[in-house]
Design a protein. Structure first.
Length: 310
């Protein structure tokens, strides 16, 4: 995962999972993405040991120790996007052990092959009948034609996180061209465009799935005057339940998640339409705990150990 010292310990899902690991007395380590190396033909990891303090908080030891990938039973890949070539390179390196040595260990959460092949905003296109009308292009004329056709569209960078760069472009917006130039890097990078779903004002549901099964959900309602429901951007977390259509969405994608070794996934649903499948570093566990007075991290580890034992 990214820099341990910079995370928000009160809201970070990775911190919550690592803490539960330590509570269970599992030796637990932190690995920064920059500390994956090939040395004399072997993948070497320069890790830091994590321990629990008397105040039940995680202590991060800056001293590095060398480990190998298959030293671990479970290996979490929890690096935040942007998804770039450094990220891609690490997925190649991490999967070398299993592919070259036929090693049973570790169990990846999530599979480096999977997270490389299925990115958040493109993955939903495997399910064309349950997503909003979607376009991916950098062609200026096509983009402007799409905006004109729908009147209002949501535009997103393909490989970023947490609502970064996401905007609305409408046919009557004088700033529309400037927004499009910025997000496409002057029409040199492909972006995703989706029809604007008016019911986003009622909420954007984050559904957490463990091993393909929905285990918790939270409705994120945008603050007044905004269409972004991300909690760190001011969205309000509310209790919710899944409708029949939303349960059907989970059921429909489950075989793909299992087939591609996605154990921990967070999907986003607006107006009963699938908008994203988060497979790199899904979040929302802390909010679910707070809303429902539960400890979903315990359920996570119980499910993971059961799968590993089976």
């Amino acid at each position: 995962m990214d820099n341990f010292e910079k995370i928000n310990k009160k809201t970070d899902s990775s911190y919550l999972l690592a803490k539960e690991s330590l509570i269970r007395n599992f030796p637990t380590f932190h690995l920064h993405p920059d500390n994956v190396h090939i040395c004399e033909n072997e993948v070497i990891l320069n890790c830091s040991i994590l321990t629990l303090t008397k105040k039940n908080e995680i202590f991060f030891n800056e001293q590095k120790i060398k480990k190998k990938v298959n030293d671990f039973d479970f290996f979490f890949i929890r690096q935040d996007p942007p998804f770039n070539m450094n990220y891609v390179t690490n997925t190649y390196l991490l999967e070398l052990v299993k592919k070259s040595e036929n090693s049973e260990k570790p169990f990846f959460i999530n599979s480096p092959t999977g997270i490389r092949n299925f990115t958040e905003k493109i993955f939903p296109l495997y399910f064309k009948n349950i997503i909003p009308k979607t376009y991916i292009t950098k062609n200026e004329k096509l983009i402007k034609r799409i905006v004109s056709q729908y009147g209002k569209v949501v535009v997103k960078p393909l490989y970023n996180k947490g609502g970064t760069g996401v905007d609305i472009v409408s046919s009557d917006n004088t700033q529309g061209t400037e927004i499009l130039k910025r997000i496409t890097k002057n029409f040199n990078e492909q972006i995703i465009l989706q029809e604007f779903l008016m019911k986003v004002q009622k909420g954007d549901k984050r559904v957490i799935l463990f091993d393909g099964e929905p285990v918790g959900c939270v409705n994120r309602v945008p603050k007044k005057g905004s269409f972004k429901a991300n909690l760190h951007l001011g969205g309000i977390a509310e209790k919710t339940t899944l409708s029949n259509k939303e349960e059907a969405i989970c059921k429909k994608i489950r075989p793909y998640l299992l087939e591609n070794n996605f154990f921990f996934v967070g999907i986003d649903i607006i107006d009963e339409k699938l908008t994203e499948i988060n497979v790199t570093s899904p979040t929302g566990l802390v909010q679910i705990n707070q809303l429902y007075k539960t400890q979903i991290e315990k359920k996570f580890w119980d499910s993971l150990i059961k799968k590993f034992s089976d």
